[in-house]
Design a protein around this ligand. Structure first.
Ligand code: FRU
Length: 512
């Protein structure tokens, strides 16, 4: 259906037969159709051009605001702006004008936003205040290492128009090359603003009564045994462990390189924060997502009911600028709602999809698919669907998602070795970057599972695999040359599958 508007051009090309030139035209049109079909229908994408990190995630007056790293002049990274959209349900996004433009202090890099309810900054009661990194390209070119500083701007009309603070920068560079991505939150215990900021290979914490004057509180470092890229996009927040009622603090950090399955990825630490210092007795890295395409994720400020909603950029710096789309480049992951589980010093985040997603699902009668549950089926709209089931016997199995051009995406569960192996090496277009398929397979260690409940969400050019309600998650981009329509599971019998459901996911595309 979504190819319909391109049909006339295709027909024209088919009619003009005979010469090499026509064949070329036909090939080009086909290529265009395929690449435009990579546009997701229920994940956020910019209307056009380049996007990376989510920024300024803040809820206000019934809307989730999503700002994002945006370059309006190209589909590759360039001078950064903050794009803007808002949504009532985290799924249908309304595109809004660009919020922040580069100025004489530099490009507008990643950061956060708060609602200044009591007018601590003096910009106005309820002002939306953005706290971001200025990246000065001139300073960088001249060889200075002081080119990243922190600035603020405010909006009194729900994020539509913005005024930069004339006292910027509010935090100058202390002599650290990578010094960025401020996440500001209101610390309810201390009744003050606090900030997590990354500084090359550690996190720094700051405090301010008014968002303008910042004082450094402490540093957090971690003895890494593995080689990880520069620290980016931190977040710090308190969570209650449901089973035990314990309160713990979670520190999120993204790394430009060195993630378990190659390139960039996001990890977290669970520990304690006394209002000035964060500490953890965690011994090794814990990762938010074992796929390749969930980066720079942070959580919303000011949500109703204190929900901890997380959005990441669905790409990877290892190949982000080469993914095969034409008009726009890259999407956000489906928003997830974080939960903290565990006890006795052993904690883990679960990242299920937000419950709002259930509202755009339409059940497909599985009898029509060839049995309930079907071990294999063909469904024309598989790439706009959610497939869910439980495997009731703990044993190895294999899932294959494929199209009629022999392109396939595999999910293998190796019970003996307690790991999932995910392979996109023959998933479609892959050779736009050698890093897209390295490593193959991607490996997700899962420890000893007590149950297996799987949700798989496909949307045009992505797959999100959610195991056991978010205990383990894999997010991957894929670029099949025609949509996947075939599903098959091997290694289990029908009576070992419970609660099989196939849902079509309704379009939740942006409203303008
Ligand atoms: C993370 C990041 C941030 C930076 C932004 C620049 O993807 O590198 O550290 O602020 O992107 O676009």
């Amino acid at each position: 259906m979504k190819y319909l508007n391109l049909l006339p051009s295709l027909l024209l090309a088919i009619l003009l037969t005979g010469c090499e030139k026509t064949n070329k035209v036909r090939e080009n049109i086909k290529e265009k159709i395929v690449r435009e079909s990579y546009r997701p229908t229920f994940h956020f994408t910019p209307q056009e051009k380049w996007m990376n990190d989510p920024n300024g995630l803040v809820y206000d007056k019934g809307y989730y605001h999503l700002f994002y790293q945006y370059y309006p002049d190209s589909t590759v990274w360039g001078p950064m702006h903050w794009g803007h959209a808002k949504s009532k349900d985290l799924l249908k996004w309304e595109h809004l004008p660009i919020a922040l433009y580069p100025d004489s202090l530099g490009y507008i890099f990643s950061g956060s936003a708060v609602i200044d309810k009591t007018n601590t900054a003096g910009f106005g009661e309820g002002a939306m205040v953005a706290i971001f990194t200025y990246h000065d390209p001139v300073g960088e070119k001249e060889g200075s290492i002081l080119f990243q500083t922190q600035g603020i701007a405010y909006s009194l009309d729900d994020g539509i128009t913005w005024t930069k603070y004339d006292g910027n920068p509010v935090i100058s560079n202390p002599g650290i090359r990578d010094f960025r991505d401020p996440k500001v939150f209101w610390n309810v215990d201390r009744e003050t603003w606090q900030m997590a900021l990354v500084a090359k290979d550690h996190v720094q914490f700051y405090e301010s009564p008014n968002l303008k004057d910042w004082e450094k509180l402490s540093d957090f470092r971690f003895e890494d045994t593995e080689e990880l890229g520069v620290w980016e996009c931190p977040d710090l927040f308190e969570m209650t462990v449901e089973e035990t009622g314990d309160n713990k603090w979670v520190l999120i950090v993204s790394h430009g390189a060195g993630a378990p399955n190659g390139g960039s990825g996001t990890r977290y630490f669970v520990g304690d924060y006394d209002g000035t210092t964060f500490s953890t007795n965690q011994k090794s890295s814990q990762w938010i997502d074992f796929g390749t395409d969930n980066y720079a994720g942070v959580t919303y400020n000011n949500t109703p009911d204190g929900r901890r909603i997380f959005i990441g950029w669905m790409s990877n710096w290892a190949y982000a600028i080469t993914t095969p789309t034409i008009k726009w480049r890259s999407a956000m992951i489906l928003p997830r709602e974080l939960e903290l589980v565990g006890s006795d010093g052993q904690y883990a985040l679960k990242t299920p999809l937000v419950k709002e997603f259930e509202d755009i699902l339409k059940t497909v009668n599985s009898e029509d698919l060839g049995g309930n549950p079907p071990l294999s089926f063909n469904y024309p709209e598989l790439q706009q669907s959610k497939i869910s089931f439980e495997i009731t016997t703990l044993k190895s199995f294999k899932i294959i998602l494929s199209n009629d051009s022999d392109e396939e995406y595999f999910i293998n569960y190796d019970h003996e070795n307690a790991k999932f192996l995910i392979d996109r090496s023959n998933s479609g277009l892959v050779n736009f970057s050698p890093k897209f398929t390295n490593p193959s397979p991607q490996i997700m260690p899962v420890g000893e599972l007590k149950e297996i409940q799987l949700d798989m969400v496909l949307d045009a050019s992505s797959i999100e695999i959610v195991l056991n309600n978010g205990s383990y998650v894999v997010t991957n981009q894929i670029f099949p040359s025609e949509p996947y329509t075939n599903f098959e599971i091997q290694g289990v019998d029908k009576n070992e599958i419970a609660n099989f459901r196939l849902h079509k996911v309704l379009k939740a595309v942006s409203t303008n």
